[in-house]
Design a protein. Structure first.
Length: 391
């Protein structure tokens, strides 16, 4: 009797919990034995624990990582080695670009295990981004590249990833939005600006943090009201620099981290979202809300190419101009009518079907090639271009 493949799903941060919840449900619905590991990158209950309950994602184990960043990374690697040694999955399923991806991906490959990587092929082309490094390590470790879009597939092909290793499945965050029944609000019923900011490059440096505060203040004065759910990291920086008081005024609603459903409600009711979050770019696109991205690069180029998102960095004038442009009635109508490029709500179903297929599983198991009797096509092609010809 055929044994169903065992799948270990590792997730470490709030965006991973959100996006993997519908995939884990789909895998279980297909009868696949699933072990879900919360790796502990977000060990603050305010950021992680409440999400498990809201999303119906109940990890089999919840780890906690203490210490500074290097200590947490070392803890992740040791944790991955223990988990894979003790539970021996057939496939390790990872998502995104956090430190969980290289830790579990490399540990899996060391054991000769198949690795499936969701959100494969996202590229920001930012050489200073650790997330970009993690994405590329994920691409090297993965034996099945689960790309969210055709653009992501093309990026992988351009990097030399074999076509047979890539499947376009969409982004699972759209599955969750469909499952929750979240719908777009008519653009004429929206009001104000939603701001989110948490990236270290925007909030850790006091000078850049002051630019962010000035931008929020200007948005409130010219396009407000502003709703600003403040990430714990950002709140700590605002308090330590004394900048929090500048935002405690009428027209700016400062909130603590909010439950996921409430956050979606804030997105759908805003005329424009101003953010440095990648996930919010996807959610806003699904809800037909334009996005001003407080970064100079993004791994989600689809929105930029469609004109529903604009990159501005922390340039206050550019951000204010972009937000005002998107608040115009014709732009509100155009963005609201633009189809979401990130998925159709069936990603989990596709992933479960792939991981249930014996032929797919055989194809993605790491193998040592038998090349003693002939050169592989890639070597032949490259050697010809390099002018290296066998005697």
């Amino acid at each position: 009797m055929r044994r169903s493949p065992r799948v270990l799903v590792a997730c470490g941060t709030r965006p991973e919990f959100v996006k993997l919840a519908p995939v884990v449900k789909a895998l279980a619905a297909c009868g696949l034995p699933v072990r879900t590991v919360a790796t502990g990158q977000h060990y603050d209950l305010e950021m992680a624990g409440a999400f498990f309950e809201e999303l119906g994602l109940r990890p089999d184990v919840r780890h906690e990582l203490g210490g500074d960043e290097p200590a947490r990374l070392g803890g992740l690697v040791a944790q991955a080695e223990r988990e894979l040694s003790e539970h021996a999955p057939d496939v390790v399923l990872l998502l995104g670009d956090t430190n969980t991806v290289p830790a579990y991906g490399l540990a899996a490959r060391r054991r000769g295990l198949a690795v499936a990587h969701l959100e494969a092929g996202l590229r920001s082309f930012n050489e200073r981004s650790m997330e970009e490094t993690n994405r590329r390590v994920g691409a090297a470790a993965a034996t099945l590249q689960l790309a969210p879009t055709e653009l992501a597939r093309q990026f992988l092909l351009a990097e030399g990833v074999p076509e047979r290793a890539i499947e376009v499945v969409g982004n699972p965050v759209i599955d969750l939005l469909v499952e929750m029944g979240v719908t777009a609000l008519p653009h004429h019923e929206r009001a104000g600006v939603l701001v989110t900011a948490h990236r270290a490059t925007n909030v850790d440096d006091p000078e850049r943090l002051e630019l962010l505060v000035g931008l929020v203040d200007s948005l409130a004065a010219e396009l407000g009201p502003v709703v600003f759910p403040v990430h714990p990291r950002t709140a700590d920086r605002l308090r330590s620099t004394g900048l929090l008081a500048r935002l405690e005024r009428p027209g700016i609603d400062l909130l603590p981290p909010v439950p996921y459903g409430e956050m979606l409600g804030l997105v759908r009711s805003a005329r424009v979202v101003v953010t440095d979050s990648g996930g919010v770019q996807e959610e806003a696109s699904f809800l037909g809300v334009p996005v001003v991205v407080l970064r100079t690069s993004t791994p989600r180029w689809e929105g930029v190419l469609l004109g529903t998102a604009r990159l501005v960095g922390l340039d206050q004038a550019a951000a204010l101009s972009a937000a005002a442009f998107f608040c115009e009635a014709r732009e509100q109508e155009r963005v609201a009518a633009t189809p979401c490029p990130y998925g159709d709500g069936r990603t989990g179903e596709r992933v479960a079907r792939l991981l249930s297929d014996e032929e797919v599983l055989e194809r993605i198991r790491p193998k040592e090639p038998a090349l003693a009797t002939g050169l592989p096509p890639a070597v032949s092609a490259v050697s010809a271009r390099a002018g290296v010809v066998a005697p």
